[in-house]
Design a protein around this ligand. Structure first.
Ligand code: NAP
Length: 455
């Protein structure tokens, strides 16, 4: 019997060990999910909303327990873990209150007596999820999917298996029927078998580009719909009229939040020539004073990375960038301490063709890039295979909006770090994936958009 072992990245110690389910157990759980779907799809929005409000209450009630678990399994600093659970409760309440409006029939005037579009649930949706927001990523998929009348099965990242079981428990505590939301503790290799199961109708994956390519191609072979939320290398343009104090404050938080491991983290800073040196000096000062420490300490600014192997990979990317001509301004040395820590690091003067410019740096490492002028900055931002989020920092909102509209990304924010919000669609373009989550766009990804014509 194989197991999934979770490790506390702050000290390298084992947290827990979970027995993986067998192939027969996985099949039985998916069969049960499909059986429950046949009933759940007939529940009214009011009935589903009632349970979803209860789930929000459970998340509130167990906030501290869930937050401590997330911190223990993947190293998120405790204050941010609590905020993650609060956001999950918000999403539950948002969809409980709005799903019926978001999925209301849409009348279309034609020559028919009556013609309209209706949105019907499709069945059991598989979610393959990452560890970086171990509660939020799952809730972001599960809540709209269930409110639309679908049911969900989860293959969570191995290093946060405790969070996966806690989530399943939260749905049970809230009173959802057994099988409406199911955790499948299986290895990544087993995902192919799950996708091939006839009861699985669609797959959503949040994770890396290689995982996305593999899962999307298997789903494609089986003609099952997918949504892909993949990596990003979000760039922020710092215009020459920006308030540098505010810009560097945002840059520091944007790069270090979640210990540098957010898909929409600010990763590349494209700074106009006129303010480049001043920005770099102030940014370095702030990154240097941000406190690295134990994720359970309330005054820690950023903690360890989620796994030692991910830290080692990041360090290799930093060394490669330096070898390619990138200038190391801060950090870049693996600290001599227990745990998967990596210091706040700044690589400056980066250019296309260098690792830190072209690839995602999924940790506390900032890439700083000099642009000759505004158009050059836009060109540099768009010179990327990724297109998840992007931003503009400026003293002139209109100028910021004009630049934002030209950035190739699923989200462009002016004077604010990109953040997901249940009221707005979230997703990327290019190699950052396709499809949208949240808002009306997200809830309509996994429905049968059906035309009705009464002659
Ligand atoms: P990952 O290695 O791709 O893992 C994500 C999930 O996919 C895990 O459950 C993993 O299982 C599974 N998996 C990995 N390879 C697979 C394969 N070949 N077939 C089927 N399943 C597979 O990514 P991660 O390290 O957890 O997360 C970091 C990445 O996710 C970053 O690139 C980040 O930008 C991206 N991300 C994107 C978004 C977004 O909304 N666009 C949000 C968060 C993160 P195991 O853990 O068992 O390997």
């Amino acid at each position: 019997m194989s197991t999934t072992i979770t490790i506390n990245p702050a000290n390298g110690e084992k947290v827990a060990e979970y027995e993986r389910i067998t192939a027969d157990e996985a099949t039985n759980k998916i069969t049960l999910a499909n059986k429950v779907f046949k009933e759940w799809k007939h529940f009214s929005f009011e009935k589903r909303a009632k349970l979803m409000h209860k789930l929000a209450d459970v998340l509130d009630e167990y906030k501290e327990t869930y937050a401590q678990l997330a911190t223990k399994e993947m190293g998120k600093i405790i204050g941010q873990s609590r905020k993650e659970i609060e956001k999950c409760a918000w999403i539950c309440r948002y969809y409980a209150d709005n799903a019926s409006k978001l999925l209301a029939n849409e009348t279309v005037e034609t020559e028919a007596t009556k013609s309209y579009v209706t949105f019907q649930p499709i069945g059991v949706v598989l979610a393959v999820m990452p560890w970086n927001f171990p509660f939020y990523q799952v809730i972001r998929f599960a809540v709209p999917a269930l409110m639309a009348g679908n049911v969900g099965v989860l293959k969570h990242a191995s290093n946060v298996q405790g969070c996966a079981f806690a989530l399943e428990g939260a749905f049970t505590k809230a009173g959802f029927p057994k099988g409406a939301f199911t955790n499948l503790n299986v290895s990544a290799k087993y995902v192919k078998n799950i996708i091939e199961n006839d009861h699985i109708v669609a797959v959503t994956l949040t994770g890396s580009e290689p995982a996305g390519r593999s899962v999307a191609s298997i789903a494609g072979q089986n003609l099952k719909k997918t949504v892909m939320e993949l990596g990003g290398s979000d760039a922020y343009v710092i215009l020459d009229d920006a308030d540098l104090e505010e810009a560097t404050e945002l840059a520091t938080f944007g790069r270090l939040q979640n210990n540098g491991q957010t898909c929409i983290a600010a990763k590349r800073f494209v700074v106009l020539d006129a303010i480049y040196d001043d920005f770099l000096e102030l940014f370095t000062k702030k990154m240097k004073t941000a406190k690295m420490g134990a994720p359970t300490d309330e005054d820690t600014y950023y903690g360890p990375m989620a796994r030692a192997d991910l830290r080692d990979e990041l360090h290799e990317q930093v060394e490669k960038t330096i070898a390619q001509g990138g200038r190391l301004v801060l950090g870049g040395v693996v600290p001599d301490r227990k745990g998967a820590y990596y210091p706040a690091t700044i690589l400056a003067d980066l250019k296309p063709g260098m690792e830190g410019f072209d690839e995602e740096l999924f940790g506390p490492v900032a890439s700083v890039i000099k642009a000759k002028n505004e158009n050059h900055a836009i060109e540099l931002v768009n010179n990327s295979n990724f297109g998840l989020g992007s931003g503009v920092i400026t003293g002139d909102k209109n100028r910021g909006e004009k630049v934002a509209l030209q950035l190739e990304a699923g989200n462009s924010f002016v004077n604010k770090l990109v953040a997901s919000d249940p009221r707005l669609p979230f997703g990327g373009i290019k190699n950052s994936g396709y499809g949208r989550e949240l808002s009306s766009y997200g809830i309509r990804e996994f429905v049968n958009t059906k035309s009705i014509w009464i002659d």
